[in-house]
Design a protein around this ligand. Sequence first.
Ligand code: MG
Ligand code: MG
Length: 259
Amino acid sequence: MIEILSPTELARAKETGGLVADILQTMKSRSTAGTNLFDIDDWARAMILEAGAVSCYVDYEPSFGRGPFGHYICTSVNDAVLHGMPRDQALADGDLVSLDLAVSLGGVVADSAISFVVGDSPEPESVAMITATERALAAGIAAAGPGARIGDLSHAIGEVLTAAGYPVNTEFGGHGVGSTMHQEPHVSNAGRPGRGYTLRPGLLLALEPWVMADTAELVTDADGWTLRSATGCRTAHSEHTIAITPDGAEILTLPTVQG
Ligand code: MG
Ligand code: MG
C-alpha cells in the first residue's frame, strides 16, 4: 500500500521526525567508551515514553526477524549493520556505531539512522564509509521531488556508493512511511533512472543507504535479528525520512539538539 498524507498528517510527521532525530542525537552524545548497548535501549525507551510516542520496534515481528524485536532502538556495532539487537556489550573507543530508530507520534511514523565512531580518534576508513552513506543519502534526497521516479533515487544513491568503492546490497533498502513503518514503495540502494513509482506530494519515504567495506553478503546473528557483514568487515548506515512537497523534498528527521 502507498499512503499519501494530508497536510495535517504531514505536520504531525514533522513532529515525529524531530523527535526521532533528537533521540538519536542524544543517544550519540551519550555513547562513550564503556556505554552498554542496554543503556542506549533504556535511554531511548525513556525518551519515547516521555514524548508520548509509540515504539515501532518493540512488537515488530516481520518475516526477516525472529519473533517480536522486544527493544526500542537498533544498535549495530562494527560488523553489525542492520537490525542490531541491543545486547550486553560495552562500547569501546573507535567502535563504529549505527543507531536506527522509528517511532509513531500522533499516528504518523518517522524512521532515521545515524552512524558515528566512539571517541576522538576514528579510523579514516570508518569516517570514509560513514561519509559515503551520508553523501549517498543526500544524493537520493536531491533526486526526489514530484514527478521523479523511485529509480531516479535508487540510481543516485547507488552511484555514490559504487563510486566510493563499496559493493551494494539490494536485499534491504528504503521504503514508504506513513501510519506504519514499512510500506510500499521499496527504494533499492541501486537502480535505473526513469523506472518505478512516480513520486507525488504527500508521500513519505525513508531513504537508507548502507554499506559494508568489502562485501555485499550478510549473515544473521544467533539472536535472529542482527545482520552482520559476512567477512567481519566494518559497516555504516544513514537514513532520513523525507516528505515529497510540491517544490521538491523536505527532510523530516533533522535534529534540533546537538549530537
Ligand atoms: Mg530505520
Ligand atoms: Mg527504514
